[in-house]
Ligand binder design. Sequence first.
Ligand SMILES: [Zn+2]
Length: 250
Amino acid sequence: MMAINKKTELRFVKTGSVPSREDYLYMGGDPSVVHQGVVPLFYMRTDDGVVLIDSSFDLKDAEVLGIAGEVMREEAEDPIGALSQVGIQPSDVSHLILTHAHFDHVGFVDAFPRAVIYIHRKELEWVMDLPSWAIGYGEFSSRKLNRVYDQLRVIDTDFYEVLPGIMVHYVGGHAPGCMVVQVETNTGTVCLCGDNCFIYKNIEEQLPIGLYVDLYEVMAFIKRLPTMGDILLPGHDPEMYTRYPDGVIR
Ligand SMILES: [Zn+2]
């Protein structure tokens, strides 16, 4: 396995936005207020191919979930098209890390034929035997993961090094098999908190999200935040686009 290129940067393309009730975003939020959460698609170019973190949402899945009118995507935000705009073709993707399997993370999971796809065992088992009440999943979740079954690398441990300098940590909390991703970049350690911190408010005020399967795990992760990296990134905060207007995390 080759080392991550020292010049490698963590970047993202924009792939639209999804709605979230404010009380889901943080404890004490107003359930009658809905915010749009951005869906950045993070990628890294490494000596070992392109690494993607999650795969955005598919408009068809939003239709199945009955929220087609609430998700938003401009034409230029089609995930495959947006990646192509930065010179990445689906076959260039060698690794795809799934933080969890909600619809806005597995939308294009089956679009990268050469990728090894990383998912935590607890998330895979959950999706394959999904309770009807589970929010954010659908029948499409297991169908898509079944389609890429031969590409899956199932993580059984609390910590796993995908490539040198790219680590996943099992957290749980927001979903049964949630993982966060830690990346050693040339500007420091970046932690992608996934949806265990939807927005900066969760990170900066140590305020738990309000949509979870295990609140204790959400809180345990918040306690760990100071040790997780120099730059902590939330899952869906539009503020990221203001802080990193060129899509480069630095
Ligand atoms: Zn999400």
